[in-house]
Design a binder for this molecule. Structure first.
Ligand SMILES: O=c1[nH]c(=O)n([C@H]2C[C@H](O)[C@@H](COP(=O)(O)O)O2)cc1CO
Length: 142
């Protein structure tokens, strides 16, 4: 599947190791992660020179191209929240994953839009298993 992986940049990069593990796992399973670069530890260097309009146009095109969105939402991020809503309103299945105990907006955890799934994990292995289950079944929902 073509997957738009979404994660915090401006909101903070404290969960970057989890982003990297998730993207590597999805790629190893044969998925095409359109935004794999977002998991990189030196992302700011790669994205820093881009104009905001270029980022917006590129990323919204990738969301439209994707079969599903997998977002790691433990670290609050305007961009991730926007991408989640943008995807849902184009009937893309969305999975929002967050660490147990992370403070996540109730606009995410309370969202009951068609195609939306939200799950918490305790360990990295649990996070990966949740993503697998979503892509194997839940991601086929309209
Ligand atoms: O430079 C960027 N490149 C980029 O692709 N994004 C997108 C992808 C991420 O899933 C999301 C992160 O948003 P934010 O920067 O508000 O945390 O927005 C966001 C930025 C910076 O706002």
């Amino acid at each position: 599947m073509r997957i738009y992986f979404s994660c915090s940049i401006t909101g903070g990069r404290g969960d970057q190791p989890a982003y990297a593990a998730l993207v590597a796992h999805l790629q190893a399973a044969g998925h095409r992660v359109l935004t794999a670069h977002l998991a990189s530890p030196d992302l700011q260097g790669q994205e820093g020179g881009l104009e905001p309009e270029a980022v917006y146009d590129r990323d919204t095109a990738w969301v439209r191209e994707a079969d599903a969105v997998v977002a790691e939402v433990s670290t609050p991020s305007h961009g991730v929240g926007f991408e989640v809503a943008y995807a849902l309103h184009r009937a893309k299945p969305v999975l929002c994953l967050h660490r147990r105990g992370a403070r996540v907006s109730r606009m995410i955890t309370g969202c009951r839009e068609p195609g939306m799934a939200c799950a918490e994990y305790g360990t990295e292995a649990e996070m990966l298993a949740l993503a697998d289950a979503f892509l194997a079944g839940g991601a086929s929902r309209p």
